[in-house]
Every structure is written in structure tokens, then in C-alpha cells.
Design a binder for this molecule. Structure first.
Ligand SMILES: [Zn+2]
Ligand SMILES: [Zn+2]
Length: 264
């Protein structure tokens, strides 16, 4: 009897290992010899595969003759790992690790997340938020933009300052203000008069939060040679671009701000 008990325990252990949980043996097995004959409550099994102790090692043969119950088995189905989560099954089980973000110039290539630590050395004006403006347009669509001397300006990081004559008697001149927060050292940009500009003239001005003038043109109109500017903006909190005409009644100059970039 003691031997039978030992065998029973050994059998159950063996099955739970080899059947990976899919085979649940619930009967009693006894053996009376080492000849390979195993008996259960309900049936008997005679196998050929035995251990030294007469224990069947092929549980598949045993399953065919003794009463057993199959438990339903959960098979993990993992979703793909993401930037922030490892492979995850609906049961909550996980495998491996999260991929982590793949930041390229401050943006994750997989999920679009913004890198909180990203501080680029160059920032295009088109990626900044305009705080306040009047008669100021971001030229973002694909179209041919020429200045009055025939240069073609790439759209995207391109802005037009001025009404083009669509208003008269406006009290507010065309302007645009941006927040810099003292983060930048220089501003580079090209300025030119839009080929569609009217024939009036204006001063183009760039100034800071204290109305200190950083740059100013002569009183200019269509006859203006495009300029490349490289301006010191170190310590500046705010920057404003503005067109000022002597007569507010006839303001149709359009200035192009082409590829403005702030540098750290
Ligand atoms: Zn699962
Ligand atoms: Zn990501």
C-alpha cells in the first residue's frame, strides 16, 4: 500500500509536468507489479512504456483509457509592444519590455509623442505660435511665390506681412508678435517685397518687448532688393514684425519673411 501511494504521487507529478496543465488526472492509480500494468478506479491500462518502477511514461496512452477531465486552458495572445507598454495579453500578462520612444528631432517616430527634453538649436518660425497678428499670413500651401525681383520663395516657413491693399483706413498696421522667452541668440531670415504687393511704401521694422528697434528698412516699396538678415536676439522675450506706412489710408505693401529661423 505504501508503494502504491508513492507511485500515485509520482504519477501525478509527472503528468502535471509533462502535460503543461492541459491534462488533469483525477483518478486513483494503483500498481501491483513492475510489469507495466496500471489500474485506475474506472479502467485498467496496460502499457508497454514503463519506468523502472512500472510507471507509465506515456500519459497519452493512459488518457485514452482512464477517466480524465480536460481543463480549459488560457493561451496568451499578446498585442505588439508599444513605446510605453510591453507585449500584453488581454488577461493582463505581459512579455518583454516597452519599446521606449524613438525621438527624432523631438518627436517619436512611432507614436508622435513630443520629447519633453528636446531643445533644438534651430527653430523655424513656422513651428512657433504667433501670439498676436494683423494682416499676417503663413504661406504653407504649395504655390509659386515670387518677390518683386523674381526670386522664388519656398513655402512652408514663409510668411506674408501686409494687406496687399485689401483694406484702407485701418488703424492697426500689419504686425506679428512671437514669444521667444530669451531662449535664442540669433534670427536669420530673408526679406523681400511680394510680387503681388501694391505700389505704396512702408517701413518694415523688427522690435522687442521694450519697443527697441532691432532692425528697420528705409521707406520701401516694390523697388527693394531682397535682404538676408542675421540679427542678435539674445535675451529677447518677445519679437514683433511690423509694417508702418506714413499714410494708413493707402497701405498695400506686402513683405515676405522667408525662412525665418531662430538659433540658440
Ligand atoms: Zn493571457
Ligand atoms: Zn513613442
Amino acid at each position: 500500500m505504501k508503494k502504491a501511494l508513492t507511485l500515485l504521487l509520482t504519477l501525478m507529478f509527472a503528468f502535471s509536468l509533462s502535460a503543461c496543465g492541459s491534462f488533469n488526472f483525477s483518478g486513483n492509480i494503483t500498481t501491483n507489479s513492475t510489469s507495466g500494468t496500471v489500474q485506475s478506479d474506472e479502467n485498467s491500462w496496460t502499457g508497454t512504456s514503463t519506468t523502472d518502477a512500472g510507471i507509465p511514461t506515456d500519459e497519452n496512452q493512459l488518457v485514452t483509457t482512464i477517466t480524465s477531465t480536460n481543463t480549459s486552458t488560457h493561451v496568451h495572445i499578446y498585442s505588439e509592444a508599444t513605446c510605453t507598454n510591453p507585449k500584453t495579453c488581454s488577461c493582463g500578462d505581459t512579455e518583454g519590455e516597452a519599446l521606449g520612444h524613438d525621438y527624432i528631432e523631438g518627436t517619436c517616430s512611432r507614436c508622435g509623442d513630443s520629447d519633453p527634453n528636446y531643445s533644438p538649436n534651430e527653430v523655424e518660425l513656422c513651428s512657433m505660435s504667433v501670439t498676436d497678428s494683423h494682416f499676417y499670413n503663413h504661406i504653407n500651401e504649395a504655390k509659386l511665390v515670387k518677390d518683386t525681383v523674381g526670386n522664388i520663395h519656398t513655402t512652408g516657413n514663409l510668411f506674408a506681412l501686409g494687406s496687399g491693399g485689401s483694406y484702407t483706413g485701418q488703424k492697426k498696421p500689419p504686425f506679428a508678435t512671437y514669444y521667444l522667452g530669451g531662449q535664442y541668440s540669433t534670427l536669420t531670415l530673408n526679406i523681400a517685397i511680394d510680387a503681388n504687393s501694391g505700389s505704396s511704401e512702408a517701413y518694415f521694422m523688427i522690435y522687442d518687448e521694450n519697443d527697441n528697434i532691432l532692425y528697420q528698412t528705409d521707406y520701401i516699396g516694390r523697388q527693394f532688393a531682397p535682404q538676408q538678415l542675421n540679427l542678435d536676439v539674445s535675451g529677447m522675450e518677445w519679437i514683433t514684425f511690423k509694417l508702418v506706412e506714413e499714410s494708413q489710408m493707402d497701405n498695400n505693401v506686402v513683405m515676405l519673411l522667408s525662412n525665418p529661423i531662430f538659433h540658440k
